[in-house]
Design a protein around this ligand. Structure first.
Ligand code: 4AD
Ligand code: MG
Length: 501
């Protein structure tokens, strides 16, 4: 350990100075009497140039020996270098090998997702994972800042509970000293309790859903942020959700430039995330979904997919023709590109297979159903920023929702759908305040009244209008980073069929 070691992310302030770096070898290229070592230290990656003339024999052989993911200490001078990430590189004066890594399973070429998921403990060291999880970190910090600045108190809801919040179909049951208990699906009911004690609170904790669905939006363990506010109605709730999302996106745009670039995230759609968000009722959303405009958007999408696929197939053919005539290093590049192309073509094929179903589901959608994943995606295509859908049929929403005084079929619920096809990132609404109504709702949802006596007490002792919502952290990070699948937004994803590492 060298206490004077400098973090890679701080190197820009050390140009012209001698520094010590410690980290791992991410990549190495050799040329005559030179090694180019990409060193990562967790805070960033920097290219280090080791020239035979500039280092002693021990250093030169350390550089020669070092394999991918070997641990190194590098000494040298920081020089400005426009074309390098971070704008600097290191001209090494010494190299010390801390530990030589065995042959590393994850190479710079592309790998299949299952292969990578089985090696998640190593995959986390890769650049894209680094970028995605640093964005997660920034979002977490913004969440706390946003609520703390507004006088909200952070309060933890229990993880082990005796009752369902979001219906019984997705509960994980465990044995609690001989009695059944459940991993919480949401901190909301306890959040309501805490809002009556502290005014405005937010919970931030893990939540669990025994979702058997294998989609890009579902985890069985995910993190939810749930603000709950006394004396708030649905409109105030929507205002808060809107300010909240704008803030998260702005903070990431400002502070995570390097990460967004690494993810090749087009930031133009993020820059458009400004208030006000379109607010449409469920009924208006149904009209939009079943309109010819939606079919046109689908048609356009199908054409785009077709064009993209043709271009990829042409590139594939081109590679096939040239493969036999090029040098070894170029072939390796082509191999890597082939894997990327095949992966993308696979995705396109899947999308092309699904589109007819999407079109049908949208066209035949009947008022009263809940939106499916594809319906939500299609709705987001009509807008250039997040949208808020409110006033859903009560029948598709949870038991605790307040009814719309203007139309008893409707619940004062709201969902926020992220743009670019990402869909629901927030669910929430105004809560029912009437004791007898709630008791009937619990019965109708087939839930045991005894388990909710404490919750009913909130309506017995000083019941007030209140509202809140839950934001899914992973879905939010997935959208902001424009990731293909939610599994890359959490260090150790838990999904159907995935409990390790
Ligand atoms: O819409 P949901 O089910 O709402 C609730 O749980 C309310 N009790 C929240 C409240 O009002 N306090 O879930 C809220 C959010 C969703 O919008 C989504 O972002 C995320 O939690 N979410 C999931 N994220 C990943 N994997 C899953 N299986 C998820 N289920 C919900
Ligand atoms: Mg929901």
């Amino acid at each position: 350990m060298d206490k004077s070691a400098v973090a890679v992310e701080a190197l820009a302030t050390h140009v012209g100075k001698a520094v010590v770096l410690q980290g791992w070898l991410q990549n190495k290229r050799a040329s005559k009497n030179l090694y180019f070592i990409e060193l990562r230290d967790g805070s960033g990656v920097v290219q280090c140039v080791v020239a035979k003339r500039e280092v002693d024999d021990a250093s030169w052989s350390a550089a020669a020996q070092a394999t991918q993911e070997s641990a190194l200490v590098l000494r040298g001078q920081v020089v400005a270098h426009e074309r390098q990430i971070g704008g600097v590189e290191l001209q090494a004066s010494g190299v010390e090998l801390i530990s030589l890594a065995e042959e590393y399973p994850i190479t710079p070429k592309a790998h299949g997702v299952d292969f990578l998921m089985d090696r998640r403990h190593l995959w986390l060291r890769s650049r894209r994972q680094w970028a995605a999880l640093r964005i997660r970190n920034r979002v977490i910090m913004s969440i706390h800042e946003f609520y703390q600045e507004r006088g909200f108190v952070q309060m933890d809801a229990p993880i082990l509970t005796g009752s369902a919040v979001e219906g019984t179909s997705t509960l994980f049951e465990i044995d609690y000293f001989g009695s059944p208990a459940y991993l919480t699906q949401s901190g909301q009911l306890h959040g309501e309790v805490m809002a009556m004690a502290f005014g405005k609170i937010y919970t931030f904790g893990p939540t669990f859903r025994a979702e058997k669905s294998k989609t890009r939006r579902h985890l069985t363990e995910f993190w939810m942020i749930e603000p709950e506010m006394a004396f708030y109605d649905l409109d105030m709730n929507m205002d808060l959700a809107e300010d909240f999302i704008v803030r998260l996106v702005q903070d990431v745009l400002r502070d995570c430039q390097a990460e967004l670039t690494m993810l090749k995230r087009d930031t133009a759609p993020l820059a458009r995330v400004q208030a006000p968000f379109p607010r449409i009722s469920y009924s208006e959303a149904v009209e939009l979904l079943t309109s010819p405009k939606t079919q046109e958007l689908l048609q356009q999408h199908a054409e785009n997919l077709h064009t993209e696929r043709s271009a990829l197939e042409a590139e594939q053919a081109q590679i096939g023709k040239r493969y036999g005539q090029v040098k070894q290093w170029k072939r390796r590049q082509m191999d890597a590109r082939r894997i990327v192309i095949n992966q993308r073509i696979g995705e396109i094929e899947e999308a092309q297979r699904n589109l007819p179903q999407w079109a049908e589901s949208a066209r035949d959608f009947v008022w009263g159903k809940d939106f499916g994943g594809s319906d939500e995606t299609l709705l987001t295509w009509h807008f250039d920023r997040p949208i808020i859908i409110h006033r859903y049929p009560a029948a598709v929403k949870a038991f605790y929702m307040k009814r719309d005084p203007e139309d008893d079929r409707l619940a004062l619920g709201m969902d926020v759908l992220a743009p670019e096809g990402y869909g629901e990132i927030i669910g929430g609404g105004e809560r029912a305040t009437d004791l007898f109504f709630l008791q009937r709702q619990v019965d109708e949802h087939g839930l045991p009244r005894e388990a909710f006596e404490w919750y009913f007490d909130l309506r017995r002792y000083g019941s007030v209008p209140h509202a809140g919502f839950g934001l899914g952290l992973e879905r939010t990070v997935g959208w902001i980073g424009h990731l293909e699948h939610i599994r890359e937004t959490i260090p150790f994803p838990r999904m159907l069929g995935r409990l390790s590492p």
